[in-house]
Design a protein. Sequence first.
Length: 775
Amino acid sequence: MTKLVIVESPAKCRKIESYLGKGYKCVASFGHIRQLGGPKDGLKCIDFDNNFKPSFVLLGNKKKYISNLTNHIKKASEVILATDDDREGEAIAWHICKVFKLSIENTKRIIFHEITKQAIQNAVANPIRLDMNKVYAQQSRQILDKIVGFKLSPLLYNYISKKPKHGLSAGRCQTPALRIVFDNQAEIDKSPGKKVYDTIGIFTKINLPFKLNHNHNTEDKIGTFLETSANHDHIFSLSKVREGVEKKQPLPFTTCTLQQKASNYFGYSPKRTMRLAQTLYENGYITYMRTDSKKYSKEFIELAKKFIMSNYGKNYVNKSVNKLANNVKESKTEKKAPLAQEAHEAIRPTKIETKTVSQLPNPEQKLYKLIWENTIESCMSPAIYSSITANISAPEKYKYKYSVEIVIFLGWQIVCGALTHEPKIYKLLNEIKKGTIMKYKKITSKLTLKELKTHFTEARLVQMLEKKGIGRPSTFSNLISKIQDRDYVKKQDVNGKEIKCTDFELIDSEITENETKRIFGNEKNKLVLQPLGKLVIEYLIKNFDNLFVYDYTKSMEDTLDLISNGKYVWHKLCKNCNNEIESLTKNIDKSHKAMFQIDEQHTYLIGKYGPCIKKEENGKTSFLPIKKNIDLDKLRQGEYTLKDLVDTNKSSSNGRKLGEYKDNDVILRNGKFGLYVNYNNKNYSVKLLSKNIDEIDLNDIIPVLDGKKSLSNPNILHVFDDTLSIRKGKFGPYIFYKAEYMKKPKFMNFKGKDWKNDFNNMDDLRSWISSEFQV
């Protein structure tokens, strides 16, 4: 008989079996096999009178896997639980024990943080038992989320809308995440920017731009300054050379910092980063990707030291690298994130000598390269520079400044081949004598807007969630996706403000003025609060502020940590939270609705497809589309007329004009069989375009008109991205893959799997495809 190892993901099975050899079989649970209550149970699955005892039911879409597990468990001589080393993994292992009547006390549980032969064999050789405290913490979180969701979400439906397209919900961590975006929007609204002049003087024979250390704030002041500058003696001086300036190496990657860097470097969403990291982990290339730790194992540090010495030299090994070992305590100066649990190592490659993973798709390759480089750099010496600042005197006791640095020792920056600064400028400035009167070539003063607050990127929101202690690093990507899925927040471009500017230029004692227009505050791919999100968060703050203040959410996370460590009784937390909700819901005014009267016939409200105007005339009701970027505060105060609000382009019975293409109108319409475009007397179906009708623009449609893209192919069942999709074929669904460099597409079958029912979600399916076919 064989020993059975049960993991969460099927992508791990083949490797684990190969590492353990004959006598072992590895199968997957495909995540959770039970859930807290059925679809129609609501809060009945929680026994409020019996210490919040939960009731679980089997997941309907897991019957096939449960049957498979049953067959394998019956045949096995021993069952070994190898679910992930986190609370969810511990809970999955517990559910497996309960469903298949395995002993909680005696069933072996193994832990590993990388899928390598040594790690797997060490884990099997050193089994532990289920940690029920982690299970209680996970169940507490489930129960709390259920209570908050089921007691508050109905109030939102009552207040806002009965049938929003993407539903309404409040969440223990979801709502504070939305609140962060809301608070940031309030800061943006309060900060229109400050008009000031940036002044640059062009000096030296190589025309170096020296920046003035002051911003004038009126035309008169900058005019006076430039008039004085025309005859001013601009005297040169050099600050003391700063030698040995260190640029510290990056810290090891945690879940949060990996998400942030991947977002900043590649524009990857946190959710996409975690999916790619999951693929890398399951293929044995990196350690476990859900971690708060900034430490490495002793063994890895020794390997890293040898690798760095061999490839770069002894001087490139950080003298303090041993402090990164996960059994070394942090110094008092090292601050730990509010959520740090440090159960694992930091995210790193499993094999330091593996620089690339060229057999995987490009996104996975890019993420792996980022992880590999950061890992090596984090173990290396600081970069050392020498810097100087040149000063040139200006009128009104101000100074022009220009700083330059040269590299003394590249340190960790050698990994990516950091550009060394041109020593020519450094040398030139050092050769100019102190007191030299410098002739200006040109002095320009341009109007700019400073102190403008900006919208958050997804990476910045991850950072804020971590800082405020909301949720867990492993849940951040889901929180950010959730508030977007609900249409509370959208990732979009933000149009800046166009401002008339008067710029000034001084050349050869003559001042010229240039009138121009500039746009300030343009933003790309930022998280922007939507009217629905504003209504939701304002309602929840007004009625449940105590429940969603940041400190309360953080204290709940801290208490879950205590439960996980066996230092707090789990059902007490559930009781305290439930009592808080009960006290807050007692006096809710359920008659108040989120509607704003425009005039006797027209009302602003949230409809099935978002904000709209309800029109009631002669006993008939109709709905008018609304313009984007409506300010709810102005709406409440009655500052809008009906004309200000209604989008006449969308309200036309003939459809919405998207623009012109090759001298013909492009009209978007919604017909009996879905969305289509009328162009040059022909209709083009666009019903498969994954956007709301009000988000579609001309750029989405042009590829269809040019015949480069089909948005009506009924054989396309699901699209992952431009290269990968699931399609319907003669013999059933298949996987279609074609990258830009490929002349012909690649077709792959599902190997007997049901793509709709055999996976938890599309991320799991995508992960399986990557692992199985290396695409």
